[in-house]
Design a protein around this ligand. Structure first.
Ligand code: IMP
Length: 197
């Protein structure tokens, strides 16, 4: 039987993306599917601390193996902003349209459009934490292109790609994705530590 892992998130897009990598290896369930209806806090200024806090809270609540992830878009010319505040860049509501609008406005006239997505996964097995990160470098486009994906996908062109994340299906995004890279490190670790078994 496949091991179940609770993914400490309410973001269905993140669940879909991570499930596509862990499919057939782990049974991943979201907080909703685990019957946990909480908005897990993200009180810190780093992805590492927020990821750790999310998995810690869910482990304390359930006593079960779980993982979380915190991610963000880091723009060179904005000194790494929006970074850990990516979801709420334009205000508390986590409105992706307004976040993109603010980003394009902040980058108006900027020649250097380099940016990167970064994900930190915090895995808790038997309460013990291990973290994995994944980075995808790219550039911020001048205009929005595409409608797939979520968040800043319509304005992010990954290095080596010829379209934005929002113009790619999941398999294509996975060729570049920060989240995919972090999840693969997670899988390598599990393989090396021969857990579960
Ligand atoms: P959090 O990890 O829940 O704090 O939020 C991460 C935020 O970063 C999302 O709401 C998006 O705005 C942004 N983000 C992270 N990963 C991606 C991605 O793969 N595509 C587009 N936006 C992303």
């Amino acid at each position: 039987m496949m091991t179940t892992l609770i993914f400490a998130t309410n973001n269905d897009n993140k669940v879909k993306e991570i499930r596509s990598v862990l499919q057939g290896k782990f049974h991943v369930i979201s907080l909703k599917e685990a019957g946990i209806f909480v908005d897990v806090p993200e009180p810190y200024n780093t992805l590492e601390e927020n990821a750790s806090e999310k998995s810690r809270v869910i482990y304390l609540m359930t006593g079960k193996d779980c993982f979380s992830e915190d991610s963000g878009l880091e723009v060179n010319v904005l000194d790494g902003a929006p970074g850990v505040r990516s979801a709420r860049y334009a205000g508390d509501a986590n409105n992706p349209e307004m976040n993109i609008e603010k980003l394009l406005h902040e980058m108006d006239g900027k020649v250097d459009r380099r940016a990167r997505f970064r994900t930190v996964i915090s895995l808790r097995l038997f309460g013990q934490e291990k973290q994995f990160d994944g980075i995808c470098t790219g550039t911020i486009t001048m205009l929005q292109q595409g409608s797939a994906g979520f968040g800043y996908d319509p304005v992010f062109l990954p290095d080596g790609g010829d379209k934005t994340f929002a113009e790619m299906d999941l398999a294509e995004k996975n060729l570049f994705s920060h989240r995919k890279k972090a999840t693969e490190k997670f899988l390598d670790y599990i393989k090396e530590s021969s857990w579960p078994g």
